[in-house]
Design a protein around this ligand. Sequence first.
Ligand SMILES: [Zn+2]
Ligand SMILES: [Zn+2]
Length: 263
Amino acid sequence: MYCSDYHTHSQLSPDSTAPLEQMARAAAEAGLAELCVTDHCDLLSLYGEPVDRYDWPPALAQYQEQAARFAGTVTLKLGLELGMAHLNPEASQVILDRPELDFVLGSVHNLCPEKGGTDFYYVPYPDSQACYAALDDYFTSMAALAATPYYDVLAHIIYPLRYMEVPVSLDRYSARIRAILRTAVENGKGMELNTWRGRTIEAWKPVLALYRECGGEIVTIGSDAHVPEGVGKGVREIQGLLADCGFRYVCTYDRRRPVFHKL
Ligand SMILES: [Zn+2]
Ligand SMILES: [Zn+2]
């Protein structure tokens, strides 16, 4: 089993304080072959203010130092989690114009600007009606993002569910999710299985079924760890689920190209 964690954050993300060295050490201890650091670059801030640049020099310096240090132990890759790229294609193009970049997660973390642009983490979900209103907005943004070239895989397609404590079902979104996944497949892009530090495994089954219907084959696996203790959490279990759902490969990336590893 080729184990990789392709969604992790370091101190260069606003919501993490972990040096990349600690994340890489945790990856080695968890027996991972590869770790991709995917720090945040969101084109909308947590409260909806527009952002149009990314500070690459510290990210490159941190990555180059640790990649050399861990060479032969765990392969480090340089990624980025780019949020809401569809809102600003020009900025996205400039931000991603980096030959050193291995991998880009495409994310939707916020309501659309017309609805305030707040991160789904801060949206109140008092009842199922509020949840579905947020999900309606979410999947509209996800469809717009999927049609852009500014990502390699769509990150955590079921993201807002993390924060919803009333029961919601994605059944009513099946057709929309299928269309989003089809767009990704047609553009040579993939989807991510995000374990959310080991907490989300089974919930991916219906999404994987839709992805298979679309002929999707590119799947990366990530824990979304923001601390060393989270690195690799759920990676092996979800790889088992991927195989059970009829998939043959898990992917890593090298300079924005997928590398297929047999399950
Ligand atoms: Zn995210
Ligand atoms: Zn993340």
